[in-house]
Design a protein around this ligand. Structure first.
Ligand code: IZC
Ligand code: ZN
Length: 411
């Protein structure tokens, strides 16, 4: 006997199961079934498709008027961090830029101080709360970066917290070592600090899946980033890069040359680098919530990247400085409005392609997949990025078990 059947689904969203990320025009293709049915047994999908009465199950959920989709994937977050930076809003109002705040020892470096000061337990509690908020918003696969320790003890502390969260909640997670995220005050030189981080890589191997670097003016150069990525690959890591977020240094081209699993941000990526996407499976992870939060007018050229047959994904970049939201639905709205993505493109970008950007088996609910499912309080898939800034989740099922149920009843 099956465990669960979800019946009368107004729109059942079924992203394609593929080995490679969806590219270019493929992102606008999404299988949407009217009056769908989903059947679950032993935590896995037995059937997802058109209405049928062929199956029986112990439990039944009536999804009349609702959308059902795979749980979302947040492919770029700085989930584990100490403190907060609300005081920077005043500095920004006074006209200081993100990089100017960092140059003055604020920004990332103030989060480094708070993260170093926090006990592992305190960091765990804070990140746990933020992870639960993500799960309440329909996310069941998360990438989580270090990068606020900038020394062995504290980078490892962040990565341990990240792994403990995965153990506790059993969700799909990938852990990323971002030792070269900034140059700490005590460093003698960029060069020596980068070498220190490279020397940590063999030991990081047991804790992290990916190695990442912040390639930006005043942080790490293209040459330094190449050196780090090649050293990480030699240690068996897949690599990622924070590339062309503010200045066009050429990080996208480097990522493609080094066969990075993803290149993230890309607001200032050059046209020449964008054309290279055509022959690459490196996923361009776009973070439009960050552009919005930094108050910029120019967003990443998502349409251009798709025209060049690129693979794109969308993520929150949740962090305490440049994008302080862990609501991926909000970022879906910004992607629709500012990156000019169609609803189909937005959904593929936060499910199947986001999963490819972090190499997790997630983002689809086709036969045999884990039953990580969201039932949405929305009449169609376009509605979710349209009615922005709120949580549309009705129910979240993790491996077929209800873990979140929202209603608007007052106490
Ligand atoms: O804490 O500001 N861009 N790293 C690179 C960040 C944003 C996170 C932060
Ligand atoms: Zn980031």
């Amino acid at each position: 006997m099956n465990d669960l059947i979800i019946q009368n689904i107004k729109q059942l969203i079924l992203p394609k199961s593929t080995k490679r990320p969806l590219k270019g025009a493929e992102l606008d293709e999404l299988n949407i079934i009217k009056n769908g049915t989903v059947v679950v047994k032993d935590g896995k999908i037995v059937y997802a498709g058109e209405y049928t009465e062929h199956y029986e199950a112990l439990e039944k959920i009536d999804a009349t008027g609702k959308v059902v989709s795979p749980a979302l994937v947040d492919a770029h977050t700085h989930l584990v961090h100490g403190g907060s930076r609300e005081h920077e809003m005043t500095l920004k109002r006074q006209g200081l830029s993100y990089l100017e705040i960092l140059e003055r020892g604020g920004g990332i470096l103030s989060t480094v101080t708070a993260t170093r000061e926090a006990t592992e337990e305190a960091l765990f509690k804070k990140a746990e709360r933020d992870l639960l908020i993500m799960m309440h918003h329909g996310v069941l696969a998360v990438e989580s970066k270090s990068g606020y320790g900038l020394d062995k003890e504290n980078e490892f502390k962040q990565l341990r917290v990240s792994r403990r969260l995965q153990d506790k909640y059993g969700i799909e997670m990938r852990h990323t070592f971002l030792g070269p995220h900034a140059v700490p005050k005590e460093a003698v030189s960029n060069e020596m600090f980068l070498q220190e981080m490279i020397d940590l890589l063999p030991e990081v191997k047991g804790l992290a899946d990916f190695a990442d670097i912040f390639c930006e003016t005043g942080v790490f150069s293209i040459e330094e980033s190449r050196r780090y990525m090649q050293a990480a690959k030699a240690q068996g890591f897949r690599v990622k890069i924070h590339a062309d977020e503010i200045d066009p240094l050429g990080g996208l081209g480097l990522a493609i040359d080094e066969e990075a699993i993803s290149a993230d941000h890309l607001v200032a990526a050059s046209d020449k680098d964008k054309t290279k996407l055509k022959h690459s499976d490196t996923v361009a992870v776009l973070l439009p919530g960050t552009t919005f939060y930094l108050g910029k007018d120019d967003y990443a050229d998502a349409r251009g990247m798709l025209e060049h047959d690129g693979a794109i994904a969308i993520a929150t970049d949740f962090n305490p400085g440049s994008c302080v939201t862990n609501n991926l639905q909000m970022v879906m709205a910004i992607a629709a409005l500012k990156l000019k993505l169609s609803p189909n493109e937005v959904w593929n970008a936060v499910t199947v392609n986001a999963a490819k950007a972090i190499d997790v088996d997630a983002g689809t609910i086709n036969e045999g997949d884990k039953a990580n499912i969201v039932i949405w309080n929305a009449p169609n898939h376009e509605y979710i990025p349209y009615h922005y800034g709120i949580n549309h989740v009705d129910t979240v099922l993790q491996e077929g078990r209800i873990i979140v149920k929202h209603d608007l009843t007052l106490q």
